[in-house]
Design a protein around this ligand. Structure first.
Ligand code: CAA
Length: 424
């Protein structure tokens, strides 16, 4: 794998690995237990220059790409999945500014994050708008030179710790496709407060909270891009850039769990031999290692596709998030299995990996949503493959071999993919 990584990629990976091993791993259990924000870890990450990896140089960052970000997330997550997201969620918060912000907004909000002085978070989900993000209800009403925000946000990762919030709200309730805009809200703005702080199964060192907005007035110049109605598109473009980061968190978690399982299997003796000498354990380790490597490669390819602006970036981002996070759940569960009874106990490090892995299948789009994104993309691509029908014997195309049925099929495919129907 290192063969296709550049000098720059390897440099960021090495720096993140050093922080992970020297600072993160020794403190992982402590913050998992206390469920407090690990400021000392955040400081070490910032000191190593990791906070601005993905931010362009003109906004105070290091000018690296999504692949560099993913490598850092992977290394941190190998030691602690919570710290992986504590770091990655800042990229998620900055991506709306990067994809849709004005020059002034980029200078104002990206620079302090890149320099490790401020933290940022992404506020899209609501109680009644999880997977169906477009149905969110928080409102932002224009009032002179300001917008007044009312409503609440749910499952906000980094909330309370963060200084800046990319908040998605309804600005044009009667518009179908221009309903939502994003606004940049600063901590301490009157009317903005932190609500319920969640008690979580995993990623316990990073806060997940509710955000409350009650007549919260923000300057109109904080509306992302200063043009209303582009919020949903900006949210989707953000998630395309951010999903490889969750996938990298999953790869790191899976790799970390695999390494503990490898070491434990060599040390633990049963029936007079290390359990790593038993074929059933060997088979488990082999499958775990193979799946982690496959996931890692898909994540890196998706991250590079995102950087090059490839047309299939949404599909690859969804595919890598789906595959890597399902892999992480399987591998971390099997790692607990290899540890046996000890693996189930909290004083061993392995059950935390399984708890941390679970959320990766849920946030930044459930894996059901990722499958939907992938399937929509494949159905759309199928329209360019219609010539293959010539090679498929008509007898097995039950009911579709007449022109009317073919037209209906093309229309259905177009409806799912929301494109013009392909007419033969
Ligand atoms: N890039 C740009 N535009 C996009 C896009 C993309 N990837 N995907 C969709 N759009 C555009 C469409 O072109 C369409 O534009 P028009 O209205 O101009 O035609 C518009 O957005 C609506 O698109 P869809 O009809 O496809 O939207 P939908 O309502 O069917 O929803 C969805 C699609 C994929 C299910 C989307 O709602 C989704 O991704 N849901 C999951 C939400 C999610 O991931 N939430 C995570 C919250 S953040 C989090 O979890 C962070 C954390 O805590 C760490």
């Amino acid at each position: 794998m290192a063969a296709f990584l550049s000098e720059q990629n390897l440099m960021w990976r090495a720096r993140a690995r050093e922080v992970a091993e020297k600072v993160v791993r020794p403190l992982a259990a402590k913050y998992d237990k206390s469920q407090e924000y690990p400021w000392e870890i955040k400081e070490a990450i910032a000191k190593a220059g990791l906070m601005g990896v993905w931010i362009p140089k003109e906004y105070g960052g290091a000018g690296g790409g999504v692949l560099d970000l993913c490598l850092c997330v992977e290394e941190l997550s190998r030691a602690c999945g919570g710290v992986g997201v504590l770091y990655a969620v800042n990229a998620l918060g900055t991506f709306p500014v990067l994809v849709g912000g004005t020059e002034e907004q980029k200078q104002r909000f990206l620079r302090p994050v890149a320099q490790g002085q401020k933290l940022i978070s992404f506020a899209l989900s609501e109680k009644y708008a999880g997977s169906d993000a477009g149905s969110l209800r928080t409102t932002a009403v224009k009032d002179g030179d300001s917008y007044i925000i009312n409503g609440e946000k749910k499952w906000n990762t980094n909330g309370g710790a963060a200084d800046f919030y990319s908040v998605f709200a309804v600005t044009e309730p009667n518009s179908k496709s221009r309903r939502i805009s994003a606004l940049l809200v600063e901590k301490g703005t009157p009317g903005f407060s932190i609500g319920k702080v969640e008690d979580k199964m995993g990623i316990r060192c990073v806060p997940v909270v509710e955000l409350n907005f009650e007549n919260c007035r923000v300057p109109a110049k904080n509306l992302l891009g200063e043009i209303p109605g582009h919020g949903f598109k900006h949210a989707m473009m953000t998630l395309d850039k951010a999903r490889p980061g969750v996938a990298a968190q999953a790869v790191g978690l899976a790799q970390g769990a695999l390494e503990y399982a490898m070491v434990y299997a060599g040390y633990r003796e049963q029936f007079g031999a290390p359990i790593s000498s038993f074929q059933m354990i060997q088979g488990m380790l082999a499958d775990m290692g193979t799946k982690v490597e496959a996931a890692r490669n898909l994540v890196y390819v998706a991250a590079m596709a995102g950087e090059s602006g490839a047309p299939n970036v949404s599909k690859l981002a969804a595919m890598c998030k789906l595959f890597a996070t399902d892999t992480a759940m399987e591998v971390t569960t099997n790692a607990v299995q290899i540890f046996g009874g000890y693996g189930y106990m909290r004083d061993y490090p392995i059950e935390k990996y399984m708890r941390d892995a679970k959320i990766t299948q849920i946030y930044e789009g459930t894996n059901q949503v990722q499958r939907m994104v992938v399937a929509r993309s494949l159905v759309k691509e199928s329209l360019n493959l219609k010539y293959l029908l010539d090679y498929i014997p008509k007898e097995i195309q039950q009911g579709v071999n007449d022109p009317e049925s073919l037209k209906r099929l093309a229309e259905e495919a177009a409806r799912v993919a929301e494109v013009e129907p392909h007419t033969a």
